[in-house]
Structures are given as structure tokens and as C-alpha cells.
Design a protein around this ligand. Structure first.
Ligand code: DC
Length: 220
């Protein structure tokens, strides 16, 4: 199976890019962040405190999280319910960032991700795909952009969706999440030694997709 790993911080454009690359190559796109978000939604709905790691460890084995593809779109099922529409709220984002530091949460989702990559050709995006989940991926990309550029993208996205948007607040949130994602003891956000660094700050989506397709063609 062909495995392509795309890692990087929030807002670097991973999901947009990974989706496009997967479509071009006819591989399956796996958004691992959505799995962490589904777990977070479960914890949030059950009133679990994001700082209570014992409770998170205790309860994270309970939910059944599966991924299905319907008309080419990834659908995340939490105990059978399509929860795609609930995964992007600020509450779930915050809970996902906090609960994803928990080793029991990571172990559970790791298994699910590796199982998918064994069965299918995948473009998988996340934080630890090239380093931990798919260390033998044929192609590894580390996608990044400056915090300011990433914040501006999220800000414009929110405005487009009619969501509240405060550039200063979004920048602060992005920096806080980077800090947490990079400094956690288990599977921190880190460029794999054999990953190719792609800085998207001054590139269009089209240019980034082209660049990655060229890297894939060179390696496979
Ligand atoms: O990519 P995202 O914003 O949807 O990810 C949500 C959270 O999940 C983010 O705070 C980091 C975490 N995450 C992770 O720890 N490991 C992954 N492979 C993917 C996401």
C-alpha cells in the first residue's frame, strides 16, 4: 500500500492540501485530527474535565470511533452517529488539543489509523503521522507557515462562514495550540528526519499541491 504522511501545525493548510493530493492520486484521505475531535466531542458531551487526565484515560476506551467514506467524503461516526457537523466548534477544538496529550487516547486512535493505512492507499494528515503512526510511509511532508499567516487564513475562513473572528484572539489561540502540540511528551508535533519541509506562507494552494505531487512522483 502507498502511504503518504502530511504533518504540520494548525492552519498550515494540511487538510485542504491533503484532500486535493488524495483526489489527484486517487488515494483515500484520512484526517486524523477529526478522529481526535470525535474523541473530544465524546468527552465534552459526557462532561469530562479537559484537565482530568485520569477521567480521560478511564473513559476514552468507551466510544466507538469509525471512519467511512460516502461519495468520497470522510464521515466520522461516533457510536454510529455522523458527527462531522459538531467537530469544529471552539469547545471541541480546545478539548481535542488538551485530550490528545493523553497517551491512552493516542494509543486507541493510533491503532485505528494504522489499520486504515494497512488496507488502503492513503494520504494521512496530522501531527505525528511521519514520526509515529506511519514511520515507513513512502513520502513524508512537513507543511508549515508562519503563525501570522495561519491566523490570517483562519480569520478569513471564519468571516466567510459567518463565525466570530478576532484576528488577535485567533493568533493567540494558534500560538497556544502550537506550544501544546510541540511540547507534549507523547508524539509531539515534530518534523520527521526524512520528511520534506514545505513552507506554504507565500504559496497558493495550487502551488503547494503541485509541489507535493512532484515530490510524490520523484519518490514513488
Ligand atoms: O488538525 P486538527 O486541528 O483537526 O487537530 C485537532 C487536535 O488534535 C489538535 O489540537 C492536535 C490533535 N492531533 C494530534 O494530536 N495528532 C494528530 N495526528 C492529529 C491531531
Amino acid at each position: 500500500m502507498i502511504n503518504i504522511a502530511i504533518d504540520g501545525p494548525a492552519g498550515a493548510g494540511k487538510s485542504t492540501i491533503a484532500k486535493r493530493v488524495a483526489a489527484e492520486k486517487n488515494y483515500i484521505y484520512v484526517d486524523t485530527g477529526a478522529m481526535y475531535r470525535a474523541m473530544a466531542l465524546y468527552l465534552y458531551r459526557n462532561g469530562i474535565d479537559a484537565d482530568d487526565s485520569a477521567a480521560i484515560s478511564d473513559r476514552c476506551g468507551e466510544p466507538d470511533i469509525t471512519i467511512e467514506y460516502r461519495n468520497g467524503e470522510q464521515v466520522v461516526l461516533l457510536n454510529g452517529e455522523n458527527v462531522n457537523g459538531f467537530l469544529r466548534t471552539p469547545q471541541v477544538s480546545d478539548m481535542a488539543s488538551r485530550s490528545s496529550v493523553n497517551p491512552d487516547v493516542r494509543a486507541k486512535l493510533l491503532e485505528l489509523q494504522q489499520e486504515l493505512a494497512r488496507r488502503e492507499n492513503v494520504v494521512m494528515d496530522g501531527r505525528d503521522i511521519g514520526t509515529v503512526v506511519l514511520p515507513n510511509a513512502q513520502v513524508k511532508i512537513f507543511l508549515t507557515a508562519s503563525a501570522e499567516v495561519r491566523a490570517r487564513r483562519r480569520y478569513l475562513e471564519n468571516i466567510e462562514k459567518g463565525l466570530p473572528a478576532d484576528l488577535g484572539e485567533i493568533t493567540a489561540q494558534i500560538k497556544e495550540r502550537d506550544e501544546r502540540d510541540m511540547n507534549r511528551p507523547v508524539a509531539p508535533l515534530k518534523q520527521a528526519d526524512d520528511a520534506v519541509l514545505v513552507d506554504t506562507s507565500d504559496l497558493t494552494i495550487e502551488e503547494v499541491v503541485e509541489k507535493i505531487l512532484a515530490i510524490i512522483d520523484e519518490k514513488i
